[in-house]
Design a protein around this ligand. Structure first.
Ligand code: SF4
Length: 98
């Protein structure tokens, strides 16, 4: 999807941030994103679990934005062995985000 957006809009730096990736943005706020999409997620078979995780698993939501320097919220995430990690965890950035 990132590659398609880059090609379709002729842009380079795309960053992404999602609920649960930073201290003040809980995973349950995925519901607000789904509300903004007015039923489209359920049309695609997506639902939000009570925990804020999306079913089917490995589905993600969030916001993409253009930026000169790509930001991946993975630098703030302590999850070990995540198959979707886009950037190494950065302890100092994590502490600064608290
Ligand atoms: S490391 Fe995995 S769980 Fe953590 S923010 Fe990145 S993709 Fe999400």
């Amino acid at each position: 999807m990132r590659d398609k957006i880059k090609a379709d809009y002729n842009v380079h730096g795309i960053s992404h941030i999602n609920p649960g990736s930073i201290q003040d943005w809980s995973t349950v706020e995925v519901n607000k994103i789904f509300d903004l999409l007015e039923g489209k997620p359920s049309d695609l078979g997506l639902s939000v679990l009570e925990s804020g995780m999306i079913n089917p698993v490995r589905s993600v939501s969030g916001f993409m934005f253009l930026s000169e320097n790509e930001f991946h919220n993975c630098i703030l995430c302590r999850k070990v062995d995540c198959p979707n990690r886009r950037a190494e965890f950065e302890e100092e950035e994590y502490i600064n985000s608290l």
